[in-house]
Design a protein around this ligand. Sequence first.
Ligand code: FAD
Length: 323
Amino acid sequence: MRIAIIGAGISGITAARELSNYAEVVIFEKSRGVGGRMSTRYAGVHEFDHGAQYFTASTEEFLSVVSSMIDQEIVQRWPARAQYLKSGSYEKDTGKDRFVGTPRMNQVPKFLARDLNINTEHRVLRIEKVNNSWILSFDDQQASDPFDWLVIAIPAPQATTLLTGNKVLQSLGDVRMNACFSLMLGFDKSIDVGWDTLRVDHDPVSWIAVNSAKPGRHKQYGTLVVQTSETWSNRHQEYDLPWIQSSLETVTSSLTGLNVATAPFRKLHRWLYASNANTPHGVPVSVPEDQIGICGDWREGGRVEGAFLSGRRIAHEIIKHIR
Ligand code: FAD
């Protein structure tokens, strides 16, 4: 039994880990590394978790994996000085325990992906069923060997481009995802602005993290990650990037009291599919007669834990059919 998985984010990696006990599993990933939206951007002395900022764990299944990663020093609790700027006043930002990968967020997917068979820099452009097997075609004109089952573990809007003609597609088209801009700022000295995270209730900025304040990071080169609100990001996703960056720098200077325009490293990243706007009803997890399944954070309310749960769910569905 051979299973192909498209996407090496947390959902694809989790599905692969579970399925590897029952089949030969191969992941195809378009980027150079694993992790998807849990990735880390490297820039000389600076490193930025420019996607997921931290994660929480509510379910027993995820808590058990998180606690094993804590034991192996892949994950640490982040007891951040968390503030919420609400209607112009600062208050403590309370909530569940926050966890981060250490020394950077991408340690988590890297750790979970160890021992898996992953082909990076393989962007899947087309999937087709030939003689009851799945064949994948890549952007370098090459095609894969045949697979018995296929799992698509990428954001729903990207999946629709692959799934033309398949019945999963009909309801996938209803899934909406929000954009987000991440502004990365790297300084030549440590920074302390009085808090480690700031949640903001008015546009354009919704979140600022002092990335260098997370456990295990280099403190001597301060880093900030600034993220924009869903509504503002969706409205401005096609705007000129230099304009977005300069607007965010101005707002960040005023929110932090730092003159961020003097930071030696300043870079903007646009995520087109950052978080889901709606959790779909009626999209099947798998279509057994077509030997295809689909997973991703968008199936389970978004976020890292949702991606993990969705990867487990599709794996358990498929195991029922192949065992
Ligand atoms: P992804 O991580 O998107 O993985 C999909 C993978 O598929 C990617 O690696 C992609 O490169 C690959 N791929 C796509 N198309 C193809 C193709 N055609 N061929 C081959 N490979 C392909 N979650 C939290 O819990 N807490 C947070 O604080 C948080 N903050 C966030 C902030 C931002 C800016 C963003 C972007 C996300 C944030 N999230 C947060 C969400 C979290 O990162 C995601 O829920 C989770 O990482 C999604 O995992 P996934 O496997 O579903 O998808």
